[in-house]
Design a binder for this molecule. Structure first.
Ligand code: ZN
Length: 350
């Protein structure tokens, strides 16, 4: 992986178009197919625009801007059988069936249709003190995977033994699991304070407290997983809370939270051979196919729009539009091809 500016480039439309052949494309339903199959990223730039009729093409719902869409757009609801989670017998049944978060996502994602316009997925915790809905976006899952990969590939030495890798991880995981008793960890999950670098050059790191990390192998891990909470705030989260109804009901999880959680997954695995945080991850882990598409959207796609004065201009896709296209990919390819990572994320081609 290269330097921070190259990994998180925030390109302008001019930079995306530079030296490339512009291919105007207006069939929204086929944008993903076009990018993945008959497209040369070295030479082409896809511009979402109906050149024949000289009309711009909207991905976001009419009248919505990206902020409103990210804060309030329609989401996939991951349904839990809440009555099962509230009793010991119910939890045993869930444990027997192995109903991990990824299993539930698999069911919910497989029902997504490629024509749906979605802004993320949401889960309401069955237990714990904070029952606000946990809200996730696929864009954040891609960016979180990228940030984690940047940390372990760029900020740590290569080819470390497990023991040395844990030492390196400790530079980021400031505190891990310091509850009063093992029983508390079993019932409430572990907590960690993790330092996550900013993706903007020269900006300060985020110090993130994650609580409710399932780490003990009992039936309670199945309910603790959904109580995961983070005390982190960033500009993106603050924007979403500009819509007051969100403050009461929703807890947004951003890509910084995901990068922190992925570091904890690594820490538990390399220190204790404990795979439970991975098994119970609420964050959907993107595949290489999904990351390839995400990178294409960042580096090879612009959208044509009309300014208030009626002039035509190009701009990069915003995160709302990227999110909509990622869900179309899920609708086309299904859960396993898109958000069920089988390889190590750190080894992806970024
Ligand atoms: Zn954040």
């Amino acid at each position: 992986m290269a330097r921070k500016q190259e990994i998180f480039p925030k390109k302008t439309a001019e930079e995306i178009k530079q030296g490339k052949r512009i291919v105007d494309y207006a069939r929204l339903g086929d944008v993903i197919d076009k990018l993945m199959n008959r497209f040369n990223p070295e030479e082409e730039c896809l511009r979402i625009y109906n050149a024949k009729r000289q009309t711009t093409v909207n991905l976001l719902p009419a009248g919505w801007d990206v902020r409103k869409f990210k804060a309030k757009g329609p989401r996939v609801v991951i349904m839990l059988e809440y009555n099962l989670f509230c009793t010991e017998d119910g939890l045993e049944k869930i444990a027997r069936q192995g109903l991990t978060p990824v299993k539930l996502r698999e069911g919910a994602f497989s029902r997504v249709e490629k024509s749906q316009t979605l802004s993320g997925y949401v889960i309401i915790p069955p237990s714990g003190d904070d029952k606000r809905a946990r809200v996730f976006s696929l864009v954040d899952c891609c960016k979180g995977a990228k940030l984690y990969s940047y940390i372990v590939n760029n900020l740590m030495p290569k080819d470390l033994s497990s023991e040395d890798y844990v030492k390196e991880l400790k530079k980021f995981i400031k505190v891990y699991d310091e509850r009063d008793s093992p029983r508390e960890v079993e019932r409430m999950g572990a907590f960690a304070i993790v330092r996550v670098p900013s993706t903007t050059p020269k900006e300060r790191s985020h110090l993130i407290r994650l609580d409710g990390i399932p780490v003990v192998d009992t039936k309670h891990k199945y309910s603790i997983a959904y109580s995961l909470v983070s005390d982190h705030s960033c500009l993106d989260k603050k924007f979403r809370f500009a819509f007051p109804s969100n403050f009461q009901k929703n807890k947004f999880m951003c890509f910084h939270d995901m990068a922190a959680y992925l570091l904890v997954i690594d820490y538990c695995w390399h220190r204790d051979k404990n795979a439970i945080p991975l098994e119970q991850s609420l964050f959907a882990l993107p595949t290489q196919t999904t990351i390839d598409l995400f990178n294409l959207m960042e580096n090879n796609v612009v959208i044509r729009y009309r300014t208030q004065s009626g002039r035509l201009r190009d701009r990069p896709l915003n995160e709302g539009e990227q999110e909509i296209l990622l869900w179309r990919l899920v609708g086309m390819e299904g859960h396993d091809e898109t958000f069920f990572a089988r390889q190590k994320i750190r080894d992806y081609k970024w």
